[in-house]
Design a protein around this ligand. Sequence first.
Ligand SMILES: [Zn+2]
Length: 245
Amino acid sequence: MLLEQELKKYSSHVVLEEIGEEGQEKLKNAKILIIGIGGLGSPSALYLAASGIGTLGLVDFDTVEENDLQRQIIHSIKDLKKSKLESAKESILNLNKEIKLNLHDIRINEDNIELINDYDLVIDCTDNLQVRYSMNDACLKFNKPLIYGGISKFEGQVSVFNYKNGPCFRCFIKEDKRNILNCNETGVLSSIPGVIGTIEATEALKIILDKGKVLSGRLLFYDALNSRFREIKINKQKDCKCNKN
Ligand SMILES: [Zn+2]
């Protein structure tokens, strides 16, 4: 049940036919894990906290550096040298005091990835391809949707994997093709992670609400220099792990 004060606070959701009280309650009961609290994780975590998600898990092991502030809007000048988790916690609690936050101060790997099983879905906000394969395999194992975002220069891409038996990340990029670079190496326009991280949060909300057409089997590609979105079909691969489970 939602409290009177919650109905007021989330009235812009409750008034929507697709959400209503019932949908807002679903958001309150939802548990979402965000891996990486940097450029993509910042808008994703802020919007999900603002939307009334009940439990957010945050994974990061890094500290806030001055060059992070160019795009990682959850952190501020006062947070420099602080852990990203502590900095994010402060910003999130400023938006939503009722939220339950689980801070996971770890570098995600095959030995600790099982923590995803405590959540309804996982949002990939990392820039590390190896971690992506580990997340993907754990999401397959525990049957959790994986929301993927990638950014580089003036472009971004976003998709949802392992959703209702749809394709997985390995169907999209086979392990031998190392073609995604770290944005610190390639550079990125500050607002690109804002666009892509916000779409990741939106897909998470749609999945929790079970509304609309989720970005599964499709990659949404954003070309900022030409102000263009394109959609690329992603097929489930016959020889992929996700078909052998
Ligand atoms: Zn697959």
